[in-house]
Design a protein. Structure first.
Length: 264
């Protein structure tokens, strides 16, 4: 069973005040077969006016812009207009501030030599710590009183509160050896299981997965996968496979988060 939506390109809108940066970002994104740049905006006000017109699935946004910053945009816009926003900026503390208020991911801003696999890669994996932080942000970033007990999660890291919140609420767990693995990549089924638990572990109406590789799904993930497919949050590939054990990429994560936010 292949969802036709899985065959269409992901619509991306670029928001950046620098013409050079916009051009490099658009060039890099346009080279990817699954992405379509539908338009751009030169600042957050321009973005607010153009989002209804372009109807993007994902927005890339700079943090530092004249007028309203990317962080202030996230605080104002996301609560009433949930849409995945990926930051394209320098890796500094302001990026982590933006992640805390709702951005789903970040990548380095390309330099004047152009984009590359190390500067902007939709196929790069999303990490366990990143997903915990995204869901924590969707919950409103509640204050955390509990201390982090994982040996590989320092209390000063940007994902620490998200990891504590996710484990305290049964959305994620550690490896059993005292570690969480915040920088480890996450599989498609693991990604969906965390979304499913965040949604309250709802029961799926149809328990059967009609994909050629359904037998590759882990037993603990079957209910979550059935729910995600049924809700249109997750879809298979054109070859009829679901690839539950495949790595969840940034592009896939943004699309599934968008589908999730629209379905709940």
């Amino acid at each position: 069973m292949t969802n036709p939506a899985s065959l269409r390109k992901i619509r991306v809108m670029v928001v950046d005040d620098s013409m050079v940066a916009r051009s490099l970002i658009i060039k890099g994104l346009s080279a990817h077969p699954r992405l379509e740049v539908v338009g751009y905006a030169i600042n957050t006000l321009d973005a607010k006016n153009k989002i209804p017109q372009y109807k993007p699935d994902v927005i890339t946004m700079d943090v530092e812009m004249p007028g309203q910053s990317g962080i202030d945009f996230l605080k104002e816009y996301l609560p009433t207009h949930p849409i995945p926003v990926i930051l394209v900026s320098s890796l500094n503390l302001k990026v982590f501030d933006a992640l805390a208020v709702g951005a789903v991911d970040f990548v380095r801003k390309p330099d004047d030599h152009g984009t590359s696999e190390t500067t902007f890669s939709p196929d790069q994996a999303i990490s366990r710590g990143m997903l915990a932080t995204v869901l924590y942000s969707l919950e409103g970033s509640p204050d955390q009183d509990a201390a982090c007990t994982f040996s590989d999660v320092s209390g000063e890291t940007w994902y620490a509160d998200g990891v504590v919140w996710a484990t305290e609420n049964g959305i994620a767990s550690g490896y059993g050896n005292g570690q969480f693995g915040p920088n480890d990549s996450i599989t498609r089924e693991q990604f969906v299981v965390m979304l499913w638990k965040y949604a309250g572990s709802p029961k799926a109406g149809n328990q059967a997965l009609g994909f050629t590789d359904s037998d590759q799904a882990s037993g603990y993930a079957l209910e979550a996968l059935s729910w995600a497919v049924e809700k249109g949050i997750m879809s298979g590939y054109a070859n009829g496979q679901l690839a539950p054990g495949g790595t969840a990429t940034r592009a896939q994560a943004a699309q599934m988060l968008k589908n999730f936010m629209e379905s709940t």
